[in-house]
Design a protein around this ligand. Structure first.
Ligand code: S3P
Length: 176
């Protein structure tokens, strides 16, 4: 049997589920590094995610995102917040399951919509969408994305768990 790599935790989930916020807190509590894949992407390509989308479209973005993810292969002791679409393209989910522990932060479409509406971050895929249109978009996207998210090692109810809850879950698989 293949041993699970435990020196990285990849946080997965829809835009607005709280990956970056939790990632920062988890990394601090574990004494690990925190890496936000979108931030790393922006450093690597010396641009912003929205500008990159504008210039190269979503297809170009996905290629760059995969390359950014692959760069993190040999990073040790890090919590990595991935972009909401990252697990759903190419072999990214296999890559993450091979190189670390994957944790899906599950949140309902209604709460995601609320958070995205209140967020200051520019997210090209939901820009300009509000109310019922946004909820419908999230539900449709989740339908195609959840089969990937559900391949995570851990599926967490992110509406309920707090930091100590996550730490207990990780402790259960040997991450302390
Ligand atoms: C995306 C999510 C974003 C960012 C990009 C595309 C997606 O990251 O990678 O705008 O496809 O869901 P967050 O999940 O951190 O918002």
């Amino acid at each position: 049997m293949v041993e699970m790599s435990r020196n990285k935790v990849f946080l997965l989930g829809f835009m607005g589920c709280g990956k970056s916020t939790l990632g920062r807190h988890l990394a601090k509590a574990l004494g690990w590094e925190f890496i936000d894949l979108d931030d790393y992407f922006e450093q690597k390509f010396k641009t912003t995610v929205p500008l990159f989308f504008k210039e190269f479209g979503e297809t170009g973005f996905r290629d760059g995102e995969r390359a950014a993810l692959q760069d993190l292969k040999s990073v040790d002791e890090a919590v990595i917040a991935t972009g909401g679409g990252a697990p759903c393209y190419f072999d990214n989910m296999d890559f993450m399951n091979e190189h670390g522990v994957t944790l899906y932060m599950k949140v309902s479409p209604e709460i995601l919509a609320q958070r995205l509406t209140n967020s200051k971050n520019v997210r090209p895929l939901v820009q300009g969408k509000t109310g019922a249109e946004l909820i419908t978009y999230i539900k449709e996207k989740l339908k195609s994305r959840e089969p990937f998210y559900n391949r995570a090692n851990i599926i967490a109810d992110a509406e309920v768990l707090d930091l100590s809850g996550y730490l207990r879950v990780l402790e259960g698989i040997g991450i302390t």
